[in-house]
Write a protein that binds this ligand. Structure first.
Ligand code: AMP
Ligand code: ZN
Length: 115
């Protein structure tokens, strides 16, 4: 946990949010600035900056986050139409919030490939 980290604050309920999903180690909520009709963030409650911090012990958690992305995609009705799951890592990876999170984006055609 980090005192100043916005996603730690959300995980600690110091910043209110409407969880899409929550259990003891993962939290999912809608992105505050959605880039598509479906834009959900899946966030491990434990503070890790990005995938560089994820160790062998975190493999089940990472797998669970990806499975959760597919489940939420289904619940939001985009499983069949298609969606993207993205992790931005570090400055050149476009990461702004330094707490590991998975973007689930869908509900409109996304450009093929990655920019
Ligand atoms: P990234 O570039 O991968 O670090 O993306 C961070 C994402 O977090 C952006 O899409 C922001 O819109 C989103 N975000 C930042 N603060 C909040 C917040 N308080 N609640 C929900 N989403 C947020
Ligand atoms: Zn954090």
């Amino acid at each position: 946990m980090s005192d100043e980290c916005i996603f730690c604050k959300i995980a600690r309920k110091e910043v209110p949010t409407q969880p899409v999903y929550e259990d003891h180690d993962l939290l999912a909520f809608d992105d505050i600035r959605p880039v598509a009709p479906v834009h959900v963030l899946i966030v491990p409650k434990e503070h890790m900056v990005n995938l560089n911090d994820a160790g062998k012990n975190d493999v089940p958690l990472l797998g669970k986050a990806l499975r959760l992305a597919a489940k939420i995609a289904d619940e939001r009705g985009v499983a069949e139409s298609g969606y993207r799951v993205v992790v931005n890592n570090g400055e050149q990876g476009g990461q702004i919030v330094p707490h590991l999170h998975f973007h689930l984006v869908g509900g409109r055609p996304l450009s093929p490939g990655l920019g």
